[in-house]
Design a binder for this molecule. Sequence first.
Ligand code: GLN
Length: 408
Amino acid sequence: RLKEGRALAQDVWSIYNAANLPADCINLGQGYMNFPPPVWVKEAAGEALNSVAANHYSHPKGRIRLRQALKDHFGPDFGRDLDVESEILVTSGANEGQYSVFVAFLEQGDEVIMFEPFFDQYLPSVTFNGGVPVYVPLHPPKHDGRHSSSEWTIDFDELRRAVTPRTKMIIVNTPHNPVGKVFTRHELEQIAALAEEHNLLVMSDEVYDSLVYDDNEHVRIATLPGMWDRTVTVGSAGKMFAATGWRVGWLIGPASILTPTLAATTRIVFCSNSPLQEASAVGLEQAKKRGFLLQQRDEYAERRAILTAGFDKLGMKYTLPQGSYFVLLDISTVRWPEDYPFPQSVEGRGRDFKACWFIAMEVGVSSIPVSEFYCLEHTSIGESYARFAFCKDVDTLKHAVERLQALK
Ligand code: GLN
């Protein structure tokens, strides 16, 4: 299983890691912030370290304070009085939560539908657990210039054709990484109808749910009629509180999904990082009261505007994201000398791996090649794009934009 697909290839995050790039290269690659968590959340982390209990194992379900805070914060969004004992599960980041769902539910040969491009972790997480990924494309718009992530569309006949008697699950990711697409209610309704018809589980990765821009609406597929019982929703403290290294995430869903998943997560990690669960609880308890999430979203909207104004000035084709903190830039016009010295790690990969390396070394801004978010057979589709992350302070983004003008 480990040899299937690209699962053993070096992961993109370690190739374009700051450690391999020039020291002054501006990192718009892996999505993490260059600013700290809010001070009141950091202080809560410090306080937790001073409590003896919070330095020790948590209940495998997660610390009760965090589960309670998740219930209070997200219950209204789901329109439910969430049961902290059976409908909320704290995980070691969103990744581990998703992995535990696969461990709990996939049998050898079960098919898992995912929209392509897909967040790269899904592929090995599915295959490591005996699952078979089935890809349904998000079709990019054909025209040049700037376009909205809403123009990446699903062909629902293609989606229907992807379902077989072996299909177990569909992965939805909204706001979407790397496209930034916010799935519409109508799209989610059609996915939901298919899931109902074929009795499928839905894993809805909504880790960027607090970063939805303009008048786009974040719709939770779990809230559509009949969907609660078959959907597990994935969330992340790292994205909400600028703390991606804390590895605190959660799953919200029915006991029928979370009980087996709890058994899996208990055996994988036993429990998640205790003091940072306490801090995340404080974050959630106070986020709404402080107006923090809306203010943060507006700050991200400004960051998005700075980066995309830079791409407008360049006149290059790109996707304006409706949500998340990523912009896809069409890099098919970027050229480099034939004898350019690329490292072994990018040789033999898509053209985008070379383009991203070249831009990082010569322009001084790193990004992530998007063919990593496609299966091997579809490398040629993904290799037209590089993903730039704008979860950075305004000065850093302005500096990056200046440097990127060299692509002209
Ligand atoms: N979610 C982050 C990104 O897409 C980091 C990926 C990871 O977990 N390795 O940049």
